[in-house]
Design a protein around this ligand. Structure first.
Ligand code: UFG
Length: 324
C-alpha cells in the first residue's frame, strides 16, 4: 500500500505519517511547510510543494503509483477566515480541486479528507451527529463543506471513493513526546494553557464567561490526535469495500468547558494555570460535542484516549520540551 499524505508535516498530518509508517505503509509527504514542520516527519519520504502549483502535484501523482491520498492541507483558523476569505477559498477549495484533478489523471481513486465540526455552523443539538444540518457560519467551515459537496459530486461523476472526517477539537500529542502541536501564532486552548503554565506564554485569556453553559465558558469535545489517525487508517480500509462519498463526525462525545480544561490542565501540570477572563472571541459557539456513533458503527472506531487528563498529559509532555 502506498499513500500520499498532503499536509503531512502539520499537527494532525505528522501523527498520521507516524502511524502509517508504523503500519508498514509506503508513505510520501507533500507539504508546503507554511505551517508544518519538516522535523515532524522524521525519515518519511518528503516532497516540498504546494497544491496551488498544480504541475508539480500532477507529476508526483502520475509517477507515484499511489493507492490513496490523505489530505490534511488547509488553512484552519475561523477568525482569520472571516478576515481573509479569498485565501481560505483558494487554499482549501482550489487547492483541493487541483488535487482531485491530478488524482483523476493519475487514476488514484481513494481520498481521506480532513473536514471539521465547523461545517455544522450554529449547533442545534447537544450531540451533533451526521444528520445535523450543515450551515457553516464562516469561510473556513464553508470551504470545508464545499469540498464535501465536491466529493459527493466526484463520487457520482468519476467514481471517486472518499471519506470526510469531521474533527471536533484535535488535542494531545504523540505519547513519545517528540512530535506535537506547534503553531505560530498559537490560538488553540490546550497549547495556550500549557505554555502559560510553563511561562512560555502570557496569562491565558478565557474568551468569554457569559455563554449558555453551566459555568459560562465554551464547551468543546477534545479528541486525541492519535485517535484521529486511527480513524484515518480505518477510513482507508473502509474504502476498500465501500464506494461513494462518506462523512463521519469524530469526537469523544463528552464536553469540557474552558474552566474544566483549566482545572484538568492544572492537575496534569501540577501547578495552577494563570488565567484572566477576556471578551468573547468572535464566532465561538457555546457548545460543540460530537456523536461519533456512526464512526463507531461503520468504521469500528473506538477512541483509546477517553480521559481528558490523559489527553492533556501527552500534550504536556510535548510542551515541556517542544522540538520545533
Ligand atoms: N479559548 C480560550 N483561550 C484561548 C484559546 C481558546 O478561551 O487562548 C477557548 C475558545 O474560545 C474555545 C475553546 O477555548 O471556546 C477552544 O478553542 P480552540 O481555539 O482550541 O478550538 P476551537 O473550538 O475554536 O476550534 C474547533 C476546531 C476548528 C473548528 C472550530 C469550530 O479546532 O477546526 O472548533 O468552531 F473550526
Amino acid at each position: 500500500m502506498k499513500v500520499l499524505v498532503c499536509g503531512g508535516a502539520g499537527y494532525i498530518g505528522s501523527h498520521m505519517v507516524r502511524r502509517l509508517i508504523q503500519d508498514g505503509v509506503d508513505t510520501v509527504v507533500f507539504d508546503n511547510l507554511s505551517t508544518g514542520h519538516r522535523e515532524s516527519v522524521g525519515g518519511a519520504s518528503f516532497v516540498q510543494g504546494d497544491l496551488l502549483a498544480s504541475s508539480q502535484l500532477r507529476e508526483l501523482l502520475s509517477q507515484g503509483r499511489f493507492d490513496a491520498v490523505m489530505h490534511f492541507c488547509a488553512r484552519s483558523l475561523v477568525g482569520e477566515s472571516v478576515q481573509q476569505p479569498y485565501a481560505y477559498y483558494e487554499n482549501n477549495v482550489v487547492g483541493t480541486l487541483n488535487l482531485l484533478q491530478a488524482m483523476r489523471e493519475a487514476g488514484v481513486g481513494k481520498l481521506v479528507f480532513s473536514s471539521t465540526a465547523a461545517v455544522f455552523g450554529q449547533p442545534e443539538a447537544d450531540l451533533i451527529d451526521e444528520a445535523h444540518p450543515t450551515r457553516p457560519i464562516n469561510p473556513y467551515g464553508a470551504s470545508k463543506r464545499m469540498v464535501e459537496t465536491i466529493l459527493e459530486d466526484a463520487a457520482r461523476a468519476h467514481g471517486l471513493r472518499s471519506v470526510a472526517l469531521r474533527y471536533f477539537n484535535a488535542a494531545g500529542a504523540s505519547p513519545e513526546g517528540d512530535i506535537g502541536e506547534s503553531h505560530s501564532p498559537e490560538t488553540h486552548l490546550i497549547p495556550n494553557m500549557l505554555r502559560a503554565a510553563n511561562g512560555d506564554a502570557p496569562t491565558l485569556k478565557v474568551f468569554g464567561n457569559d455563554y449558555a453553559t453551566p459555568d459560562g465558558t465554551c464547551v468543546r469535545d477534545y479528541v486525541h490526535v492519535d485517535d484521529l489517525a486511527d480513524a484515518h487508517s480505518r477510513a482507508l480500509d473502509f474504502m476498500t469495500s465501500n464506494d461513494g462519498a462518506h462523512a463521519f463526525n469524530l469526537g469523544n462525545g463528552a464536553g469540557f468547558s474552558v474552566m474544566q480544561m483549566i482545572d484538568a490542565a492544572g492537575q496534569v501540570a501540577k501547578r495552577p494555570i494563570p488565567f484572566e477572563i477576556a471578551p468573547r472571541r468572535q464566532g465561538d459557539p457555546d457548545r460543540l460535542v460530537a456523536s461519533s456513533a456512526k464512526a463507531r458503527r461503520e468504521l469500528g472506531w473506538q477512541p483509546r484516549y477517553t480521559e481528558i487528563a490523559d489527553i492533556i498529559e501527552t500534550a504536556w509532555r510535548w510542551h515541556r520540551n517542544p522540538r520545533y
